[in-house]
Design a protein around this ligand. Structure first.
Ligand code: AMP
Ligand code: GLY
Length: 422
């Protein structure tokens, strides 16, 4: 097969790495890709939301399968575009339809879906500028802290957690007044759930599903989970505190009703579901759906899947997942993200990265990297994810830190405490 991956982060390099291992993968393309994908595939410079350019690329390179990394093209309807275009309709595109992607594109929609299918989640109500007064009154009925979420996509920045009631009321007014642009025209106010977070990944063909490894990511920039939110500073898989009893609850109460809910609502969904959960006491609650894999969660989830990834994705497209023999590596995986100094605020690009060829015990997944005159240079906030596998997560984390000691670039930063809370 000729395969095209859309995206340019560590997630996409990991997909490329796993797909390139398959005997079934003939030519591999990544658009736009990074310096890591350039070493194992052909990069194509196009925008992941330019459907006409993607169509041309698919036809020019006789692509049989397309894996969509980020959410934007999914929310904009790339899967529907393929289904409705005669020359593309047989291409095996992995991802939900626009209607399915709405579960990530709108927090209000996700809450309504969970309510309709009795999936455990925090109590909520949503408000707009017209109902601001009611929103203020609703906040008064809740206990601190107050959770305010922009309904639409806001690059991971649209959730505010505020201790003070008056501040929360102010923030609500600012949000419906355009703080996050159109994304916060509607604001979802939620009951605060006090517990520990984890993520569960599911691959569904629309009828059947496979539960993929669990993962936990570390979102804050500073040690001890302090400081600004980032795209993710590290992750481990599996999540050590998830035992069989909790997994049973997650599958019965959350995964099954989610997949059957999609079916009941006639939503075409052949792709990944990333379910963000909070465990409150011993009970799992959904905090969000993402309609794609996570980054850096992919860097620890995919390396643990032993089954040929081309076969897995083909079974997804052909709705044969029930017949697929699916094997997960019992070893643990950990990834540590190396970021540019200053990230998640302003940072510089173009710094030469050294030591890449010296790493042998870990896999180096490139995120924000580029090639400049045969050197690998930084090209983003999150630069490299260093993944290791070992008997348990502590050993895997240690291995990644040993590999990181060999790598450097100007103002390289990373968290030294991934896994500290476990
Ligand atoms: P979300 O974008 O919905 O995943 O929210 C971003 C982050 O806010 C989550 O990863 C949680 O840490 C936190 N969060 C979201 N909703 C809640 C909630 N209802 N209770 C407590 N924390 C929450
Ligand atoms: N690491 C969080 C995400 O991919 O959304």
């Amino acid at each position: 097969m000729n395969i095209l991956i859309l995206g340019s982060g560590g997630r996409e390099h990991t997909f490329a790495y796993q797909l390139a291992k398959s005997k079934r993968c003939e030519n591999l393309f990544v658009a736009p890709g990074n310096a890591g994908t350039a070493a194992i595939a052909t990069n194509i410079n196009l925008s992941v939301t330019d459907f006409a350019a993607i169509e041309k690329c698919v036809l020019d390179h006789k692509i049989h399968m397309v894996v969509v990394g980020p959410e934007d093209p999914l929310v904009l309807g790339i899967v529907d575009y393929f289904a409705e275009t005669a020359s593309l309709k047989d291409v095996q595109i992995i991802g939900p339809s626009k209607k399915g992607a709405h579960l990530e594109g709108s927090k209000q929609r996700a809450k309504e879906f969970m309510l309709a299918h009795a999936i455990p989640t925090a109590g909520y109500a949503s408000f707009t500028s017209e109902t601001l007064a009611a929103g203020r009154l609703f906040l008064e009925t809740l206990k601190a802290p107050y959770v305010l979420k922009a309904d639409g996509l806001a690059a991971g920045k649209g959730v505010l957690i505020i201790q003070d009631l008056e501040e929360a009321k102010e923030a609500l007014a600012e949000m419906v007044g355009g703080k996050f642009g159109a994304a916060s025209n509607t604001v979802v106010i939620e009951e605060f759930l006090d517990g520990i977070e984890l993520s569960v990944f599911v691959l569904t063909d629309g009828k059947n599903y496979k539960v993929l490894p669990t993962a936990k990511d570390y979102k804050r920039i500073d040690e001890g989970d302090k400081g600004l939110n980032t795209g993710g500073m590290g992750a481990i898989s599996p999540v050590p505190f998830v035992d069989d009893v909790l997994m049973q609850k997650i599958e019965q109460r959350i995964v099954k009703p989610t997949v059957s809910g999609l079916q009941k609502e006639n939503i075409d969904y052949k792709g990944f579901i990333f379910i963000g959960l909070i465990k409150v006491g011993d009970e799992p609650f959904v905090i969000e759906y993402n309609v794609r894999m996570g980054d850096p969660e992919t860097e620890v989830v995919l390396p643990r899947i032993k089954t040929d990834l081309v076969a897995v994705l083909e079974a997804t497209f052909k709705q044969n997942l029930d017949a697929l023999h699916f094997e997960i590596d019992p070893k643990a995986a950990a990834t540590i993200m190396l970021v540019s100094g200053g990230y998640p605020e302003a940072y510089e690009k173009g710094k030469t990265i050294t030591g890449l060829e010296d790493v042998s015990e870990s896999i180096v997944f490139h995120a924000g990297t580029a090639l400049k005159e045969n050197n690998v240079v930084t090209n983003g906030g999150r630069v490299i994810a260093v993944t290791s596998m070992d008997a348990d997560y502590k050993k895997a984390i240690k291995k990644s830190y040993q590999s990181i000691a060999k790598l450097s670039f100007d103002r390289m930063n990373f968290r030294t405490d991934i896994g500290f809370d476990l």
